[in-house]
Design a protein around this ligand. Sequence first.
Ligand SMILES: [Zn+2]
Ligand SMILES: [Zn+2]
Length: 379
Amino acid sequence: MPRQCDICHDARAIVRRPKTAQSICKECFFHVFETEVHNTIVSSRLFQRGDRVGIGASGGKDSTVLAYVMKTLNERYNYGLDLYLLSVDEGIAGYRDDSLETVKRNKEQYELPLLIVSYEQLYGWSMDSIVQAVGRKNNCTFCGVFRRQALDRGALMLDLDHIVTGHNADDVAETILMNIFRGDISRLGRCTEIATTGDGYVVRSKPFKYAYEKEIVMYAYLRRLDYFSTECTYSPNAYRGYAREFLKSLERVRPSAILDIIHSGEAMHVAADVQLPTLDRCERCGYISSNKVCKACVLLEGLERGIPKLGVSRTNAKHIEDPTANRAVDLVHFETLRRDALELRRIRMENKQTTQPEPDASCQRSACSCACDNAADCS
Ligand SMILES: [Zn+2]
Ligand SMILES: [Zn+2]
């Protein structure tokens, strides 16, 4: 006899939840998955009404599910967010160009505006040309550093308040393990936080911090979401690969290991006498940095002077020379981006004031469009 759903006791169970080992039906799975993400968002107070939120979208399963769930929850619970898709084109032929096609379809499917920023346009180097110059050994270093800045640059171009990324519980647990194994105390402190303000401009958060990767895959499959599932064609981050394998073997004998590691990470506190790097602004591009010149600028200079090892190992970072020499592309300074974003905001506010309907003091509707201030609490 087919097993009944452990939650509704009505429909036939078709999935066994990796997180709780319950056997449940499809509708109950959608409901618990979405509700858990909603609870994470509410209990961590991630957003404020009116926030402009960019979804870091790669076309992969995590960010595609994130875009779908963010749109669903924003409508269901009336968060009042303006959602955008923000994608980074690293310039990897046969991988990123194909996955960006998926994002472009998601844009239509979810009716969300999309901005794509590319390494080529921002830095003058695509990942394909970087790999030609540096080989396959350290290319993940370049890609990671450039991607982080690219997202922040895109966020300012859209004047976003907030970027959400598809990092899931498995990713967070992996990162905690990696930072413990490497003794990287400052990163260990930061990686357990659900939201950070790394660059001081735009908040970045992980609404899937407690969502298991297996459940995200299940959700994408059962909802028949359109996503891209090929791995990056360049060599993967080997160290993360080991941490991932280790975590997977732990999960096999103890499925709660993922959440247990996150909870342990959250409970750890950096001792007061541990010296953490002080953060300042890069003197070239204005990005947040613990050195005078940020990692992206050092890597770029290495590329352009034909010494790509510059910046890959820590000690070399001191030997950089003339900042303006042989620049393929002038990096736009973050202060310029910031100023443009403020200007955009000012124009938007002006337009809003002239086009907004008159508030109606007698309005009683919860999802009202009359611009009355009590929209959230009137029923
Ligand atoms: Zn059910
Ligand atoms: Zn810089």
